[in-house]
Design a protein around this ligand. Structure first.
Ligand code: GLU
Length: 278
């Protein structure tokens, strides 16, 4: 299983991102990476192996950057290498994408993007998402949120994604279908995660995104759309001040993951066969 964390706020983003990824370590992963929005550019670092490999590769004098996304990967397409680790970016380095899940129609999308001149740097299914959003942004002159809405309409498969754009890095966009995502609400700062467990140290207020939701967070706001309409999602208070709460009613994390499987499978199948009730 893999993990997603996103942060926008006044703090240095690296702290909640690395701590969030550490809190997701129990799920198992083969690579980790981050993208930070800094001075009109994206700083991306990613490494195969443990989170400590990523931490060890960060410059000692990291600039303080206030927004970013982080990912732990469990490879499905392309081996566990630095190159295949997330985030993935477009050829211009305009935006970065992290993804949990599988894009079933990536060969078709990749063919179209190759014909448009996009060069691929990894063997993942995920990289098509970065180029696709970039292509839509440029061709249709859309801002990130609308480009993500148009891009996910072309994706078949299961995904939870988070996207950061260097032109407005304090605004993060995320979308889910078949893979879980939550918005963590702070005070003057907001978060994205694949599991509330990633954010137990920073907030206890969460909104679970539903199938087909696309959301945008800034320091002080969140907005969510589904099927073209703006929607609201219930705010939940979840205290996670000890290990037992993170494991829920289960004795071990592995037991928790085993019991989560039916819901994960149901979501994945639903994303493939549409609204049919399982
Ligand atoms: N399918 C993507 C990959 O292999 C995402 C895997 C994951 O969910 O971590 O890179």
């Amino acid at each position: 299983m893999c993990g997603i964390v996103g942060y926008t706020g006044p703090q240095s983003a690296i702290t909640p991102l690395i701590e969030g990824l550490r809190r997701l370590e129990y799920r198992g992963y083969d690579s980790a990476g981050i993208a930070l929005g800094t001075n009109g550019a994206l700083f991306i670092e990613k490494r195969a192996g443990k989170l400590t490999n990523l931490e060890g590769s960060l410059p000692a004098n990291m600039p303080v950057v206030h927004s970013g996304i982080g990912h732990t990967r469990w490879a499905t397409h392309g081996g566990p290498t630095d190159r295949n680790a997330h985030p993935h970016t477009d050829n211009e380095g305009k935006l970065a994408v992290i993804h949990n899940g599988i894009i079933e129609n990536y060969p078709e999308l990749k063919g179209v993007l190759l014909r448009k001149g996009y060069a691929f740097e990894s063997d993942t299914d995920t990289e098509v998402i970065a180029h696709l959003i970039h292509a839509i942004t440029i061709e249709k002159n859309l801002r990130l949120l609308d480009a993500v809405k148009a891009a996910v309409a072309q994706l078949h498969g299961a995904y939870g994604i988070a996207v950061i754009d260097k032109s407005d890095p304090t605004c993060l966009v995320c979308a889910r279908s078949g893979s879980p995502l939550v918005i963590g609400v702070g005070i003057g700062e907001n978060f994205i995660a694949s599991d509330p467990a990633a954010l137990g140290q920073v907030t206890d207020r969460f909104m679970y995104l539903e199938e087909g939701d696309i959301a945008q967070i800034t320091l002080t706001s969140w907005r969510i759309w589904n099927n073209g309409k703006e929607v609201s999602r219930e705010m939940n208070q979840i205290r996670q001040d000890n290990d037992e709460v993170m494991k829920g009613k289960y004795r071990h994390y592995m037991q928790k993951e085993i019991h989560e499987q039916p819901a994960v499978l149901r979501n994945t199948l639903q994303s493939r066969i549409g609204k049919t009730r399982l």
